[in-house]
Ligand binder design. Structure first.
Ligand code: MN
Length: 191
């Protein structure tokens, strides 16, 4: 199967000022695109040619894993945002956040701290296990909680390419700004 890059559900400048149009142009238009092109090139002739992307991520390694996971992670990341996003989660997800982190504010602080504290490139994740318990984890490089048996709900990209054009070295500011565009309807539907 050939993987195609999904169109963004918003205009390239729709996430400003949290993420600039220029960053979306490069991050979605060049980085995400390249991971998907590499995935399609590397998967040819392997046992994974007809596999779901999730299965490739769980079972492959090396360059194929890196590009499969980065393709999945970026698609998941960009679909977590909306120009109408921000605010706070509600419903079952909100109850789980309050239960497992004490409050939404505590969760936000712990999530950003995990992103800031990740040495080098990678991702910070909110995931759930099969019982609905929530976890914040750090995924170095192309890391994805699917490989730990968890279901991803939300991720922030902490590779420098995700924020350097807009925030330079200020990773914490870049992550804090993302709270204004998180589409909690999407995140709740994943829960
Ligand atoms: Mn990225």
């Amino acid at each position: 199967m050939t993987y195609t890059q999904p169109e963004l559900p918003y205009a390239q400048d729709a996430l400003e000022p949290a993420i600039s149009a220029e960053t979306v142009k490069y991050h979605y238009g060049k980085h995400e695109k390249a991971y998907i092109e590499n995935l399609n090139r590397l998967i040819k002739g392997t046992e994974f040619e007809d596999s779901d992307l999730e299965e490739v991520i769980v079972r492959s390694s090396g360059a194929l894993f890196n590009n499969a996971s980065q393709a999945w992670n970026h698609i998941f990341y960009f679909f977590s945002f909306s120009p109408d996003g921000g605010g706070e989660p509600t419903g079952d997800l909100r109850m789980a956040i309050d239960r497992d982190f004490g409050s939404f504010e505590n969760f936000r602080r712990a999530f950003v701290d995990a992103g800031v504290g990740l040495f080098g490139s990678g991702w910070v994740w909110l995931s759930k296990d099969n019982d609905g318990k929530l976890f914040i984890t750090q995924g170095p490089n192309a890391g994805n909680p699917l490989t730990e048996g968890l279901t991803p709900l939300l991720t922030f990209d902490v590779w420098e390419h995700a924020y350097y054009l807009d925030y330079h070295n200020l990773r914490k500011d870049a992550l804090e700004a993302l709270w204004t565009i998180v589409d909690w309807d999407v995140v709740e539907s994943r829960y």
